[in-house]
Design a protein around this ligand. Sequence first.
Ligand code: NAP
Length: 315
Amino acid sequence: MSNSRVDAPVRIAVVGLGKVARDQHLPALLADGRFTLVATVSPEAGGVGDVAHFASLEAVLERGPVLDAVALCTPPQVRHGLAARAIAAGLHVLLEKPPGATLAEVEGLRSQAARAGTTVFAAWHSRFASGVAPAREWLTGRAVRSVAIVWREDVRTWHPGQDWIWEPGGLGVFDPGINALSMATAILPGPIVVAAARLVVPVNRAAPIAAELGLRSADGIPITMDLDWRPTGPQTWDIRVETDDGLLLLARGGASLSLPHAATAHFEDHEYPQLYARFHELIRRGDSDVDIAPFRLVADAFLLGRREATEAFVD
Ligand code: NAP
């Protein structure tokens, strides 16, 4: 943003008009006066209302309205190419999670943005769940004994027809699992390391449908992680932290928080409005925020994981 536009709304394009763009990014942006949605980009999908719509990032850069920023809401496999092109065009970039398909390409974007003087934001939306900040605060100064992460959801309900999620770079069950890791790395003292992993992969797919991880924090606290995409009954997105002062339970993906001797707090969902507030703050300050800790744990699980084949998955 030039200095003359320092107080003007950030002119942004949303790239990749799929589920998360329509459910979260567009409503958050349209409600935030610090941004103006000037374009959308998607190869197949139609646009929204009278917002200018293009089939590719290249097309909006060549023929579209002037932009300050893009939000990349595509599958991760194409994120790096789009982000590198946007930074080269002098734009600020919000990366949906996971921030790319490999660690090296995300590191590369961080360096490229620093050289170009633009902002890049690896947006871990679950860190903006309302229970995360109070959980981190409550844990400060308390001794953690063990942690159990349980993330069990029905893939057919949450990811119908998303073939990219099963392909290399799509992460499989770690697509939701990385949300849990983004919260765990935000509330627990780090660094956390992967000690062992078991990856259950359908014979007709490249990515796991279930996984069990053994992790530990720097001071040796055991952390277990149980990820499964097969449950069709109750859905579970829980982080249980046993402390010397009782149990902290961050449930419903961070939307509920239970602490000892207190009623469970249930929060409204403000993740994406908070995420865009953070992106705006970074742009104003001329900073970037690219924390790869959750992504590195997934990469390490893939490095260390013992693979077991399971029955074919048919959507
Ligand atoms: P999705 O529904 O499959 O949508 C992805 C969209 O990306 C598609 O609509 C596709 O557009 C577009 N696309 C693909 N290649 C493109 C390219 N080269 N340029 C521009 N657009 C391109 O996937 P999603 O569920 O929204 O997930 C997208 C990302 O957000 C993933 O990384 C996911 O982990 C993350 N996320 C998803 C959710 C969720 O609730 N689903 C929540 C948080 C984060 P066309 O249809 O036009 O081909």
